[in-house]
Design a protein around this ligand. Structure first.
Ligand code: WT7
Length: 647
C-alpha cells in the first residue's frame, strides 16, 4: 500500500485488511471466544477469570443487584501482585526478563521476575514498617522508572489503594488528588530526566504536601542525584529504607472487590473524578484483553506500550495486564526525540520489540519527522501494532502499518476509557478484517450499542451515542467520595435502560464496522448537522501536505457553529497559501460533505497539547472565538499560542 491522498476516496468505505492466514493460524484468539461469549456471557467471564490464581473461588460471577455498582466474582479472593509476580517465579520463569528498562540518559537495566519479586517484597515490608495497612491510600508521583512499577505492585500486594498522579502535573494538581484520597504516603523521585536535563520533582511534592493533613511520609527514589530539601521525620530515601528491608514477604489474598487503585481523570467541568477500580474483575479483563488483543506469547514476544503509568493505559497495559501474563516488556523513561528522533526505533531494534502499542498523536509526529527516520532501522521484529487514546485517522493508520509494521503487521485500534479499565472495542488480530480508522467491534464478552437520544439502537449508517448496555468485569465501581456524581455522569442519560453513557459519538458503516467519532463534547453542530471534529481532522490529515490538524466548533451567528481548523504541515511540504487552503477545503468537502468545509483554516507551527498528548481544543476554541485564554497550566508549552496568534 502506498499512502497517497487518493486512497482516502475509500474513507469509511471498502478498504479492508483481512488477517493473513499465517497470523490467524498462530493467533491466541480463535472464533470460539465469540461463540462462547454469545452462548453465555457470564459463563464466558467465569472461564476468563480462571486465567488468574485465586486463593478462594467465587460463588457468583456477577452481582448487579446494587446497579450501577457491580460486584464481580463475588466471594472470591486473590492477591493481584502475586498474580503479576510470584506465580511466574513459582512456575519456573523467575529468570525471564520482566522489564527491560531504558533510561533517558542511556542507562539500562533488566529486571527478571526473580528481581521483581525481591524488589516488590522489600517495598511491601518497608511500607508495612511505615504503619500502612490494607485500605490506606498511597500517592505515586514518579517518572517511568522500575521503582514506580514496584511501588504499584507493593501497594497491590498489601491491599493499599494507589493513586498515581502523572509526574507532569503541577503541585496544585497533586495536592488536590492527595487531599481527595487522603493519601498517607507519597512516593516520588528527586528529579527526572527530560531531554538530557535533570528536572527536579521533589520540590513540587514539598509544595503539594505542605499542610496536607493526611500525609505522614514522603518516600524518595534517588533517580538523578540532584540536591533536594528533606523534612526530618517525614521524608525517607528509598535506598535507606526499601533497599534495606527484608526481601521475604508472603502475599495475603484480598476480596475480589477490594479497591486496587484510584485514577483521576478530567470531566467536562469541575474537579477531576477519582475513578475507582477493584481487583478481581479488573485483573481478569486486563489479562484477557492483553492476551487476546495483543496476541501476546509469553517468553517469545517483546512488548512495548509507550504510555506513562500516570494514565490508565500504563496501569492496564504496562503493569497489570502484561505482568499478569508474564510479559517481557520495554519500559522507556524519556521522550521520543531525546537525544534524537531515532530513539524509539533504536529501542525497537535493540530489544527486538514485537508488539508496539502507542497513540495516534505519536504516529502523526513520526509522519511529520519523515519516514527516512524509521526506514534507517531494522524494525522487522514488529508483528503487531496497537493504537489508543483517540480515533486514528486512516492516513496515519496506513502509514503506521506500512512504515512501522512492514506493510503486514495487524493494527489493533483499541477503544476504551479510564472508566472502562480495559479494552472494550477492538479488532482481534487473526480474526477481524480491519478497516483503517475503525475500532471494528466490541470484544467477545463486551456489549455495546450505538443509540440515538431516545435510546433507539441504530444500525448500519447510524450515527449516535456509544453506550455499554451490559456490565463488564473491569468497569469502574464509582467516583471516589462522590457516588452521586458517578450515577449522574455515566448512568443518568439512559437511566431507564440502565446503560453506561460513554460520552463518545460513534457510527456503524454499511459493513457493520464500528467507528468511534470522538467525544460528544467535541462534536460540532453546523446548521443542525452533527459533524465530528475528528472526522474533519482526519480528512485534513488525508491531504499529503498535512501532518496534524485540530478542528473546533466556533460560535457562528448563522449556522450555530462554524468549523475552524488549525493545521501543521509535513516536513518539506510547501505552504502555497490560498491554493493550499482551497485544496484542503475541497478535500474535506469530498471526504465528508460540503457542510463540513471549515470556515477558516490556519497553518500553524505547533498545536497546543496537554502533557498527555491531547490537543487542547478548548483553548483553540477560545482563539477561534477571540476570547482570552483560560488556564493554560497543563500545557506542555504555553508559548505555542504566541506562534498561533501571530498567524
Ligand atoms: C477517551 C477516553 C483508553 C486509554 C487512553 C485514554 C478516546 C480512546 C480510542 C480509540 C477513538 C478513543 C475516547 C474515550 N479514545 N481510545 N481507539 N478510538 N477514541 O483514556 O483519557 O480515559 O480517554 O479517549 O474519546 O472516551 P481516557
Amino acid at each position: 500500500m502506498t499512502s497517497t491522498a487518493d486512497t482516502n476516496a475509500t474513507e469509511h468505505g471498502s478498504e479492508i485488511y483481512p488477517p493473513s492466514p499465517e497470523f490467524a493460524a498462530a493467533a491466541n484468539a480463535g472464533p470460539e471466544l465469540q461463540a462462547a461469549a454469545d452462548a453465555d456471557r457470564l459463563a464466558f467471564w467465569d472461564t476468563q477469570a480462571k486465567r488468574l490464581d485465586w486463593a478462594t473461588p467465587w460463588t457468583q460471577v456477577l452481582d448487579w443487584s446494587d446497579a450501577p455498582v457491580a460486584k464481580w466474582f463475588v466471594g472470591g479472593s486473590l492477591n493481584v501482585a502475586y498474580n503479576c509476580v510470584d506465580r511466574h517465579v513459582e512456575a519456573g520463569n523467575g529468570d525471564r526478563v520482566a522489564i527491560h528498562f531504558e533510561g533517558e540518559p542511556g542507562d539500562s537495566r533488566a529486571l527478571t521476575y526473580n528481581d521483581l519479586l525481591t524488589e516488590v517484597s522489600k517495598a511491601a515490608n518497608a511500607f508495612t514498617d511505615l504503619g500502612l495497612v490494607a485500605g490506606d491510600r498511597v500517592a505515586i508521583y514518579m517518572p517511568m522508572i522500575p521503582e514506580a512499577i514496584v511501588t504499584m505492585l507493593a501497594c497491590a500486594r498489601l491491599g493499599l489503594t494507589h493513586s498515581v498522579v502523572f509526574a507532569g502535573f503541577s503541585a496544585t494538581a497533586l495536592r488536590s488528588r492527595i487531599d481527595d484520597a487522603a493519601a498517607k504516603l507519597v512516593v516520588t523521585v528527586d528529579g527526572q530526566w527530560r531531554r538530557g536535563q535533570a528536572a527536579p520533582l521533589k520540590p513540587a511534592v514539598d509544595e503539594a504536601v505542605d499542610g496536607a493533613e493526611s500525609v505522614e511520609h514522603v518516600l524518595v527514589v534517588q533517580r538523578t542525584g540532584i540536591d533536594v530539601d528533606t523534612v526530618a521525620g517525614r521524608d525517607l530515601w528509598w535506598h535507606e529504607t526499601v533497599e534495606k528491608a527484608s526481601d521475604q514477604h508472603t502475599a495475603q489474598p484480598f476480596d475480589a472487590e477490594h479497591p486496587l487503585f484510584i485514577l483521576y481523570t478530567s470531566g467536562t467541568t469541575g474537579k477531576p473524578k477519582g475513578i475507582i477500580h477493584t481487583s478481581g474483575g479488573y485483573l481478569t479483563q486486563a489479562s484477557y484483553t492483553h492476551h487476546n488483543v495483543f496476541d501476546h506469547k509469553a517468553g517469545k514476544d517483546v512488548y512495548w506500550c509507550t504510555a506513562d503509568i500516570g494514565w490508565v493505559t500504563g496501569h492496564s497495559y504496562i503493569v497489570y495486564g502484561p505482568l499478569s501474563n508474564g510479559v517481557t516488556q520495554v519500559v522507556y523513561e524519556g521522550t521520543p526525540n531525546s537525544p534524537t528522533e531515532h530513539r524509539h526505533f533504536e529501542i525497537i531494534e535493540k530489544y527486538g520489540v514485537s508488539i508496539y502499542y502507542t497513540a495516534p498523536t505519536l504516529v502523526r509526529t513520526f509522519m511529520k519527522w519523515g519516514r527516512e527516520i524509521p526506514d534507517a532501522h531494522d524494525l522487522s521484529s514488529i508483528r503487531l501494532l496497537g493504537s489508543v487514546g483517540e480515533p486514528i485517522n486512516p492516513e496515519a493508520w496506513r502509514w503506521f502499518r506500512d512504515v512501522i509494521g512492514g506493510g503486514t503487521a495487524p493494527i489493533v485500534d483499541t477503544w476504551w476509557q479510564t472508566e472502562t479499565g480495559a479494552i472494550m472495542i477492538s479488532p482481534l488480530p487473526g480474526i477481524t478484517a480491519t478497516k483503517p480508522g475503525s475500532a471494528m467491534a466490541p470484544l467477545p464478552g463486551i456489549s455495546a450499542k450505538i443509540v440515538d437520544d431516545e435510546a433507539r439502537p441504530l444500525g448500519a449508517g447510524g450515527n449516535g451515542y456509544l453506550v455499554l448496555d451490559e456490565p463488564w468485569p473491569s468497569m469502574l465501581r464509582g467516583i471516589w467520595g462522590d457516588m452521586d456524581r458517578y450515577k449522574d455522569t455515566y448512568w443518568s442519560r439512559y437511566a431507564e435502560e440502565g446503560w453506561y453513557f460513554a460520552g463518545d459519538g460513534a457510527k456503524y458503516d454499511e459493513d457493520g464496522a464500528l467507528w468511534v467519532l470522538g467525544r460528544v463534547d467535541d462534536v460540532m453542530n453546523v446548521s443542525g448537522h452533527r459533524i465530528s471534529t475528528s472526522e474533519v481532522e482526519s480528512a485534513l490529515v488525508g491531504h499529503h501536505s498535512v501532518a496534524e490538524a485540530a478542528v473546533v466548533g466556533a460560535a457562528d451567528e448563522t449556522t450555530g457553529q462554524g468549523i475552524v481548523a488549525f493545521v501543521i504541515l509535513r516536513e518539506g511540504a510547501e505552504n502555497t497559501g490560498e491554493t493550499l487552503i482551497a485544496e484542503l477545503r475541497a478535500q474535506v468537502s469530498t471526504e465528508i460533505s460540503p457542510i463540513a468545509k471549515p470556515r477558516q483554516i490556519t497553518v500553524v507551527p505547533e498545536l497546543p497539547k496537554t502533557r498527555s498528548g491531547k490537543i487542547m481544543r478548548r483553548l483553540l476554541r477560545d482563539i477561534a472565538e477571540g476570547r482570552d485564554l483560560g488556564d493554560t497550566s497543563t500545557l506542555v508549552d504555553p508559548k505555542v499560542f504566541d506562534a498561533i496568534r501571530g498567524k
